[in-house]
Structures are given as C-alpha cells and as structure tokens.
Write a protein that binds this ligand. Structure first.
Ligand SMILES: Nc1ncnc2c1ncn2[C@@H]1O[C@H](COP(=O)(O)OP(=O)(O)OP(=O)(O)O)[C@@H](O)[C@H]1O
Length: 298
C-alpha cells in the first residue's frame, strides 16, 4: 500500500473553546496533489497549521509522513497565508538563510529557479505581496520537502506569475513525488492541477477522495421540472435548481441505482460544478471515497 502522507482521525481544534474543526477523518496517500477547498472560515488554515505542527489538536490525531507533525518538521514545508519572512534581510540573504537552516537538504538551484525574477539585493520589506509569495515558495521548494503545505499560495500573484509558478510547482512535485496539499478559492487554479480533493465546510470534511472518483460518483441531470420529484426520488440529491419549466440537479448515483429517466439529460459535472453545488447545499450528506490503492488491493 502507498505510504500515507497526511491523515486525521476524529481531528478537532478549538480556539479558546470555539470550534474551528470538528471530527475530521481522512487519509491522503503519498504522491498526490490535494486541493483543500471551502468557504471563508471553514477551517482550512487550521487544518494546514495542525499538519505543520504549529497547532495542537484539541481532540483526535493528525499524522504526517507516518509520524507526528513535530517529528516530521524537517521533511515538510509550510507556506502560511501571511508568508512570514524577515523584512530586514535581502532576497539573497533570505535564500542563504534557507540553506543554513536546512543543512543536508537544501537545493540552492531549485530555490534560485523559483526566485529568479527577484532582485537578490532587494530587502524583503520592499517586496510586493506577490514577490514575497515567490520568495516564500522558493524557500519551501529549496527545502526539498516530502510534503508541501500551501495556504492560498497564489492569492496575490498576477495571472502570468500564477500560471508560471503553478506550472513549476506541479512539475517539481511530479518529478520528485512530493505530496502537495494546497488551499485555494480559485477553482480554475485547482482543476487540472489536483488529483485529490478535500472540501471542508463548517469545520467538517464534506467531500474527500480522488477527484476522478468524486466526479464519477455524481451526475448533473436536467429535465422537466414537473417530473423532478419522481425522477430524482431514487437518488441522493445534492442540489436542485429550477429555472422556468426546467429543473437541474446534482445527484449521487449509488451502486445499483437505476439510470436517470430517458427524458432527462445526464452529464458528468466539472470540478467547479461539483464544488459549487456542495457549497450551496451545506445539508447534503458528506461523501468520503476510498483511496485509490485500497481499491486495487480489494
Ligand atoms: N487565531 C485564532 N483565534 C481564534 N479563532 C480563530 C483563529 N484562527 C482562526 N479562527 C477561527 O477558526 C475558524 C476557522 O478559521 P480558518 O482560518 O481555519 O478558516 P479558513 O478556511 O482558512 O478561512 P479563509 O478561507 O478565510 O482563509 C474561523 O471561525 C475563524 O474565525
């Protein structure tokens, strides 16, 4: 079985008694690129900080790279939303410090490639938000992590820089088999880049598993609104929307369920449609799909 890069069992975190994460259980096999999505305040940053060992669980367990986060700290890299860096250092000094803090692991070339557009003599405090992001990503990749935790890494990058950095990150992760967990609100950024999904809402995991399996488990159906109640009754309906005489619904097709009626059109949803439907329907039941290697072992 593929080793596990990130797993949680009954994981919960409270800030001064106020719940931010509740009863999260999932497993991410090594080598996957996982999108962590959910509305503002869903608990994504909290989950990443728990994985990085910066927060402790209030309840349950979190394990990364087969051990507890504190023991895995040298083998993981975490880029927080606010990208903490030393403002008084130059870009060049920051990269040198990265090398000093990661003896035996540091890949100066990987870091330099990501930081290439930056002026080495520029002080961190003079960098724009997007330039700081680039430097933080250079430090993270230079560490040659086995697990890369990225909290909204691309939020302040211009579209060209986003495209270029995302491409570089994904190529590097594919070449080295790095596991990546990346939170983002930009759904188009995730489509195509991620093969695994965790949708968190209200501190709970609502969807989890391989993107392809989650998409295949859902069907977007469209048909006459007057027939909707009867036509959709065999299914778990995530969301129904009615426009005039037409109804469209995102349904789950449990094994053995009858196909949608012939008068209804059926199509596989896009990742964006799947996510938006679930975000609009907080009451839809959670779906956690088996990991790929569990299936092949069965
Ligand atoms: N340091 C903190 N102290 C108290 N409450 C916090 C703290 N950090 C987060 N929270 C609360 O925990 C919940 C989850 O926050 P978190 O930052 O994990 O969400 P998020 O999904 O990353 O949100 P966003 O998409 O806006 O970044 C929210 O209700 C938030 O107000």
């Amino acid at each position: 079985m593929t080793p596990t890069a990130f797993e949680a069992h009954g994981l919960a975190h409270r800030y001064r008694g106020k719940p931010a994460l509740e009863d999260c259980t999932f497993r991410l096999a090594a080598g996957h690129v996982c999108a962590l999505v959910g509305p503002n305040g869903a608990g994504k940053s909290t989950l990443l900080a728990l994985a990085a060992g910066l927060l402790r669980p209030t309840r349950g367990t979190v394990r990364v790279l087969g051990t507890d986060p504190a023991s895995a700290r040298e083998r993981l890299a975490y880029v927080a939303q606010d990208k903490p860096l030393y403002p008084q250092l130059t870009v060049g000094e920051t990269l040198r410090l990265g090398g000093e803090l990661n003896p035996g692991r540091w890949d100066a070339r990987a870091a330099a490639d990501i930081a290439a557009p930056l002026d080495r003599a520029a002080r961190v405090r003079s960098l724009s938000g997007g330039q700081r992001t680039r430097l933080a990503l250079a430090l993270a990749l230079g560490k040659r992590p086995e697990l890369l935790l990225l909290d909204e890494p691309m939020a302040d990058l211009d579209p060209l820089a986003r495209h270029q950095l995302m491409g570089a990150l994904m190529a590097d992760a594919a070449e080295r088999g790095t596991t990546v967990v990346m939170s983002s609100h930009i759904l188009t950024e995730l489509e195509g880049a991620c093969d695994h999904l965790l949708l968190v809402d209200g501190g709970r995991v609502r969807l989890g598993g391989p993107v392809d399996d989650l998409l295949t488990a859902h069907t977007l159906v469209t048909g006459p609104a007057a027939e909707a109640d009867e036509a959709l009754s065999p299914y778990t309906v995530v969301e129904t929307r009615t426009t005039g005489r037409q109804a469209s619904a995102l349904i789950r097709r449990e094994s053995g369920a009858v196909p949608p009626p012939a008068s209804w059109q059926a199509a596989e949803p896009t990742l964006e449609e799947l996510l938006l439907s679930h975000l609009r329907s907080p009451g839809a039941p959670a779906l956690l799909m088996d990991q790929p290697e569990r299936k092949t072992a069965a």
